[in-house]
Design a protein around this ligand. Structure first.
Ligand code: ADP
Ligand code: MG
Length: 389
């Protein structure tokens, strides 16, 4: 069995790690731009994982973190309580600080960590949550702290949100920690309720290769528009805390109350919220064809109302539909990035035929081919004792 995190630990520190754990990347099936509006999302964990190998540091306890990754081979050495390192090791320092806050770590503990991963970075598959969750699980295992998957997700979320300073929701860390193989997780971002929904269907991820920069511009603009919509809708419904909580039966009233573009944005969020909950019901009832139709509807809503698609994504979705795929939509915010395609088990609309159709439509339009991979649903964070033996 290949053990790159363990090998890197031994090569870098000259000792054997005391514990190891892994956590997956994720793909969101439906529920786009609902998370920061207090609505539901429906992600699955994917087979690509990040593994963290950890051990105590050498010498007296003085609160030193030494961190290395196959992606960043220069060892970072930092006193994690006093300073937050630049770059990727900040996620690990944030995890240490949060574990310490929970009394799950001895004071001024030294720690060594080596990380290896096959989750692509910055491709919308949430490599950052895979890193933070695997580190939290590995460190908790090393020190014998009994934390629930929810607590691990919380530690990883606060590490990324409060310490690294990313304005992320809690979806990525939650799915990386709680995922069950062959299940999607219906996760309500306002109440934090989570429900496992059986999911075992062939799914393709098509990466358009168009990079989106979510840190500026469009996403912030959408955040602001949604906040403004809530402010205005409070005049109609004073107890409204989240845009996603607006009752879907009251869409006509919402449309009367808001000017464009707030109206379109809000209609997307409210209808996507209803669609995501309905999609989870259809999945649970194994009604895949109807579930697929909701994926197409979600894409249309993203494209027309939320204006977060891109021509490349529309090309993929249209080609998949023409080829008979059950459903397709952009995933991971949009403005570029990837689309998912739900294909049939075989024949027309199956994996082979849809992949070919998407490739050739894309080549005709853009003179190059997108990267297409099959997504395997996977399990959440786990200790990896076998890697150590
Ligand atoms: P993503 O969509 O992949 O989560 P982010 O920008 O949120 O994109 O997170 C990417 C960041 O997470 C990287 O820049 C790096 O700091 C950190 N990261 C992810 N995976 C690794 C890894 N294997 N080793 C070190 N750092 C990693
Ligand atoms: Mg991330």
């Amino acid at each position: 069995m290949p053990r790159p995190a363990i090998d890197l630990f031994q090569k870098t520190f000259g000792t054997i790690p005391g514990a190891a754990a892994s956590a997956p990347g994720r793909v969101n099936l439906i529920g786009e731009h609902t998370d920061y509006n207090g609505g539901p999302v429906l992600p699955i964990a994917i087979a690509e994982r990040t593994t963290a190998a950890v051990g105590p540091g050498a010498g007296d306890a003085e609160g030193v973190l030494e961190a290395v990754s196959t992606r960043y081979p220069t060892v970072v050495r930092v006193r994690w309580q006093e300073e937050l390192p630049q770059g990727w090791a900040a996620y690990v320092a944030g995890v240490l600080r949060e574990l310490w806050t929970l009394d799950a770590l001895p004071p001024r503990g030294n720690l060594r960590i080596a990380v290896a991963s096959d989750v692509p970075v910055g491709a919308g598959l949430s490599s950052s949550a895979a890193l933070a969750v695997s580190a939290a699980k590995a460190i908790a295992t090393l020190v014998g702290a009994k934390l629930t998957p929810r607590q691990i997700a919380g530690v990883a979320f606060r590490a990324e949100h409060d310490h690294v300073g990313v304005r992320c929701g809690v979806m990525d860390q939650t799915i990386a920690s709680l995922a069950k193989r062959d299940h999607a997780l219906l996760f309500e971002c306002a109440s934090l309720e989570a429900e496992q929904i059986p999911f075992a269907a062939p799914l393709l991820l098509v990466d358009t290769g168009v990079k989106h920069d979510l840190s500026t511009g469009a996403l912030n603009e959408r955040h602001a528009e949604c906040q403004e919509a809530v402010k205005r809708l409070k005049l109609e419904l004073p107890e409204l805390a989240w845009l996603a909580s607006w009752p879907v039966e009251w869409l006509p009233r919402l449309k009367r109350a808001l000017p464009e573009p707030l109206r379109s944005r809000a209609v997307h969020v409210v209808s996507e919220t209803a669609r995501t909950r309905f999609a989870a019901e259809l999945l649970a009832a194994r009604k895949l064809a109807q579930f697929g139709k909701l994926l197409y509807e979600s894409h249309e809503s993203c494209r027309r109302l939320y204006a977060c698609s891109a021509p490349e994504l529309d090309t993929v979705v249209a080609a998949a539909k023409r080829a008979g795929a059950l459903g397709a939509r952009l995933t991971g915010a949009g403005w570029g990035g990837a689309a998912i395609v739900l294909v049939r088990e075989r024949g027309t609309g199956g994996k082979k035929q849809v992949s070919q159709a998407v490739r050739s439509a894309f080549r005709r339009a853009y003179g190059r081919e997108p990267e297409i991979r099959e997504v395997q649903s996977s399990s959440g964070a786990r200790a990896e004792p076998k890697l150590l033996s």
